[in-house]
Design a protein around this ligand. Structure first.
Ligand SMILES: Nc1ncnc2c1ncn2[C@@H]1O[C@H](COP(=O)(O)OP(=O)(O)OP(=O)(O)O)[C@@H](O)[C@H]1O
Ligand SMILES: [Mg+2]
Length: 219
């Protein structure tokens, strides 16, 4: 039985693409409320692992447990359902709708999940320090502000697991710092965060670093 305090656990997780073993017998365990950085060279398997953990892909063999649920054998619909309820995603590219305001972009995520609810969308934007920019369009916001709208969008449905793949990859230092502060604030609130990064400064801000090398977990 998986302990309820474990948010994410993989057992002998392997993902092959033809002859390529992108993920090789990976065992990881992440506690609820932990802030983990996932690091490794280009091609080491970070995105492959993230795609399986976020139910966008499934493994060739091994098991994945998310919030105590065995997600290994989910079919397409179960994966979609689980993702909507349990997972918030932040990408390097912002993927904001250009003709919708910050507030509307966040409310759109609610619409896809359940029903739009303006007060809680406002609250999510306030939480990431964007309460003063609700009516701005994406092109009226700085890169860091756009990324914080994306974080609000990932948070608004209250997912217990937050995944970010290179969330500051497109940002300058100042905006990187603000986005990082936002993640640290969310961590202080007790959310579980897994962040892929190449940046050792960002990695150093996490509680723990999981390192991948040629598809294997090395620490
Ligand atoms: N859909 C696919 N088909 C074939 N090979 C793939 C596929 N996706 C990934 N790979 C291979 O699996 C390995 C791991 O790729 P992955 O994208 O997980 O690396 P990464 O650590 O995220 O790299 P980066 O830091 O460049 O984003 C690479 O050798 C890659 O070429
Ligand atoms: Mg990648």
């Amino acid at each position: 039985m998986t302990q309820p305090k474990i948010a994410i656990e993989t057992r002998h997780l392997t993902r092959k693409f033809g002859d390529i073993v992108a993920l090789d017998d990976a065992n990881i365990s992440v506690r609820k409320g932990e802030f983990v950085a996932l690091m490794g060279a280009s091609g080491s398997g970070k995105t492959t692992l993230m795609n399986i953990l976020t139910c966008l892909d499934s493994a060739s063999s091994g098991e994945v447990w998310l919030d105590g649920v065995n997600a290994t054998a989910f079919n397409e619909e179960e994966r979609r359902e689980f993702r909507a309820r349990h997972i918030g995603l932040v990408f390097q590219q912002f993927h904001l709708i250009p003709y919708l305001t910050a507030l509307e972009n966040v409310m759109l995520a609610q619409y896809y999940h359940s029903v739009p609810d303006e007060p809680s969308a406002r609250h999510a934007l306030e939480l990431v320090g964007m309460g003063h920019r609700l009516e701005h369009l994406p092109n009226q916001l700085s890169g860091g502000e756009q990324q914080r709208v994306c974080i609000a969008r990932a948070l608004v449905n209250e997912p217990p697991l937050i995944f970010a793949d290179e969330p500051t990859g497109n940002l300058d230092e100042e905006n990187e710092r603000k986005v990082l502060e936002t993640f640290q604030h969310l961590h202080d609130e007790g959310r579980t965060i897994i962040m892929v990064t190449h940046n050792p400064v960002l990695g150093g801000c996490a509680e723990r670093i999981i390192r991948l090398q040629h598809g294997k977990i090395v620490s």
